[in-house]
Design a protein around this ligand. Structure first.
Ligand code: 9MR
Length: 371
């Protein structure tokens, strides 16, 4: 009898074919603790989508109930040639989410970066319109009813709130924004459509984003949410600005998601007066102060920062649909290579050995105290 009881959860998981996570482990997890508040997501690398490492796989399934593809859905990978799409990995990504009953977010349809070389050559409006039409319609239709939300347009704004002079703006003018949202809604009328960007807590960019959403809506586009990326640091943006942004975006009648959350603990070369941001920083130990381990003092600061942020998120949980971390663990973070290559950063809740950090405990404790 004992044996049967012990094995049942595992057996049922094996039958379902989802990740190998014991029920006892599930009870103490981010996704479980926050299940009544908002989705807790993570960005997956190609290897993680392919389930190459069983330990990482089990951590993903245990802790997260929403997924975003960190790179493989970007246009250069999914649409490498004009008449050729490559859905091999995107199919696996969607299957992974379905198998594990996760919320599946598509990132991203219209973005000036990581374009395929053939797209960068598009110079006139007729060709660009044809590209947008084909790209959005093909991808969104393919996953209709299976992908739960899309970043339709990514990073269309400059930091001062004006429109970025991207290849899309240059060829099509402002109308490309509403058109992108219309095309996506036509391909899947039920899927949630987001505008996604970084620095959306800065007052000037916030104003720009508010105007952008209003304009898209006025032109007949369906916008369901704003994705604030949340590539933050230990001191900024301030909680006040984050809160103002949640309130301002939600007042537009859209959902607010934090879509790429991570917190750098390393010095930023742009804060150095007169510094030239280039290779010169490489190999400079001052810019990579914690190559082996993170000192307790900074570990504690990171934990406090995450606690403050999640406390605020919980205060506004009625407005927040999802909080997604940009990666599963510190070892995979893009922040190890940006803005300087080859540093050691500590921006997430799990360390390179997949162990929960103090920051994980502080995020979990917020729920334990209350319940
Ligand atoms: O994390 C992604 C990194 O692996 C890629 O090299 C990079 C290419 O531009 O994109 C990173 O993800 C970005 C995301 O798609 C959009 N917002 C900013 C993210 C960090 O650069």
């Amino acid at each position: 009898m004992k044996f049967i009881n012990h094995c049942l959860p595992l057996l049922s998981l094996m039958i379902l074919g989802s990740c190998n996570v014991k029920k006892t482990e599930l009870s103490s997890s981010l996704k479980n603790s926050y299940k009544n508040d908002f989705y807790i997501g993570t960005a997956l690398s190609a290897d993680q989508i392919e389930e190459k490492d069983a330990k990482v796989d089990s951590l993903i399934c245990r802790q997260f109930n929403a997924i975003t593809a960190e790179n493989i859905m970007k246009s250069m990978f999914v649409h490498p040639q004009k008449d050729k799409y490559d859905f091999a990995l995107t199919d696996k990504f969607v299957a992974f989410g379905e198998k594990n009953k996760m919320f599946i977010h598509g990132h991203t349809l219209i973005w000036h970066s990581q374009l395929a070389p053939w797209m960068e050559k598009i110079k006139d409006s007729t060709e660009m319109k044809a590209f947008m039409n084909d790209h959005i319609t093909t991808i969104v239709s393919k996953y209709k009813g299976r992908i739960n939300s899309w970043d339709v347009v990514n990073e269309a704004l400059n930091d001062d709130g004006t429109l970025r002079k991207s290849v899309f703006l240059n060829t099509l003018g402002e109308s490309y924004l509403a058109d992108a949202f219309k095309l996506a809604a036509k391909a899947d009328p039920k899927v949630d459509l987001y505008y996604n960007d970084y620095n959306l807590e800065d007052p000037a960019k916030r104003e720009g984003a508010i105007n952008l959403i209003k304009k898209i809506k006025a032109a007949g586009g369906k916008v369901d949410g704003i994705g604030s990326q949340g590539h933050w640091n230990l001191n900024s943006p301030s909680l006040e600005e984050i809160e103002k942004s949640i309130l301002a975006y939600s007042a537009l009648g859209v959902k607010v998601a934090f879509t790429e959350l991570d917190i750098t603990v390393l010095p930023n070369p742009w804060d150095l007066k007169g510094a030239d941001v280039n290779q010169k920083f490489e190999g400079n130990p001052k810019m990579n102060p914690y190559p082996e381990t993170l000192p307790d003092s900074i570990q504690n600061k990171l934990a406090q920062r995450y606690a403050d942020i999640f406390k605020l998120f919980l205060k506004h949980k009625d407005k927040i649909s999802r909080v997604t971390f940009w990666g599963v663990h510190d070892g995979q973070s893009w922040l190890n290579d940006w803005p300087i290559k080859g540093r050691t950063n500590y921006p997430l809740l799990f360390d390179t050995k997949l162990q929960p950090k103090k920051a994980y405990n502080s995020v979990m404790q917020l729920k334990e105290v209350k319940e």
